[in-house]
Design a protein around this ligand. Structure first.
Ligand SMILES: [Fe+2]
Length: 306
């Protein structure tokens, strides 16, 4: 496995056109109606029609047929994948998410420009303004970063991704039933956490740097203030900058940058932390209630009497 290459977000038909506009505004290029590309990762988002918003599918890029063959271990978990040439598909049993492994080329990202950021006693920029003030175009997402979903059985979901597909756990918060898992060198590509039922929490898009996160999110919110959810801040787990927005169907979207990279398994120490406020952010605005419990989830729970 080498990357999280695509996500399918379920959007009810009533919100589809507004959602297409939202994702165009987010800086994604609409290749065909409802399908979107990032600058580095190619086509990485598809909006699919569903009755209730959520995570419909994920595609994981793999190198070769041997990688597909190793997914036969899903059988030990009682999952029967279907294989078709260069792809293998399986349904994650606890959330119903359709996960596809696809043989595809690795994503070679062009190196970011060096950060000309001064610090006390460390001056890298002299007699000039920051490049950040010269930017005239809205920054665009470089690639799909990660997806976060709740699961009523987070242990089963974790086993599917780790024991079944070969994802590695980077960090975990047992009290939340949360596992940060990767299929690439990104700290996490899939985060599963416990919830009363399975629903998409957010999809994150990698930006050039913190300036790009702040600038792109500010423009999204300037166009429609109701899009704002939470940010700017910096997460503790994964170390990434974040700014969360909400799409017209209620799915959260994160602009992110500077996520930890793990390219030596032995060099990384998995943290198993207890519940702590710092688990969500080391700094940022107060956590909004809707981030912890999205409005529509609260409504569904109230309906179910849970
Ligand atoms: Fe995130």
């Amino acid at each position: 496995m080498h990357r999280l290459s695509q996500v399918e977000i379920g959007i009810p038909d009533a919100a589809r056109e507004a959602a297409r506009g939202f994702y165009r505004d987010l800086g994604l290029a609409e290749t065909t109606p409802g399908r979107f590309a990032t600058t580095d990762g190619g086509e990485q988002l598809a909006l699919v029609s569903v009755p209730r918003r959520g995570l419909a599918g994920l595609t994981v890029g793999v190198d070769d047929a041997d990688d597909l063959g190793r997914a036969a271990r899903l059988a030990k978990l009682g999952v029967a994948p279907t294989r078709d040439g260069s792809t293998l598909r399986a349904s994650e049993p606890a959330t119903g998410t359709c996960v596809t492994l696809a043989i595809e080329p690795r994503c070679a990202q062009k190196a970011s420009a060096p950060l000309a950021t001064d610090g006390p006693g460390r001056i890298v920029r002299r007699n000039d303004r920051s490049p950040a003030v010269y930017v005239t175009e809205t920054p665009r997402p470089r690639k799909l970063s990660h997806v976060v979903t709740t699961s009523a059985d987070p242990g089963a979901t974790r086993r599917f991704f780790t024991e079944g597909l070969g994802f590695r756990v980077s960090d975990e918060i047992p009290d939340f039933g949360a596992s940060f898992m990767r299929c690439s060198t990104d700290h996490h590509n899939v985060l599963v956490q416990h919830g009363p039922f399975s629903i998409l929490h957010h999809v994150a898009w990698e930006m050039e740097n913190a300036d790009a996160v702040g600038r792109a999110a500010s423009e999204m919110v300037a166009r429609d203030p109701s899009r704002h959810v939470w940010g700017l801040g910096r997460h503790a787990i994964g170390s990434n900058y974040f700014w969360y927005l909400r799409d017209p169907a209620g799915n959260f979207v994160e602009y992110t940058s500077d996520l930890d990279v793990i390219d030596e398994v032995e060099a990384w120490r998995v943290a198993t932390s207890a519940v702590a406020p710092a688990a969500l952010a080391v700094w940022g605005p107060p956590v909004p209630q809707q981030f912890v419990l999205p409005d529509d989830v609260a409504a569904i729970m109230a309906e179910q009497g849970s």
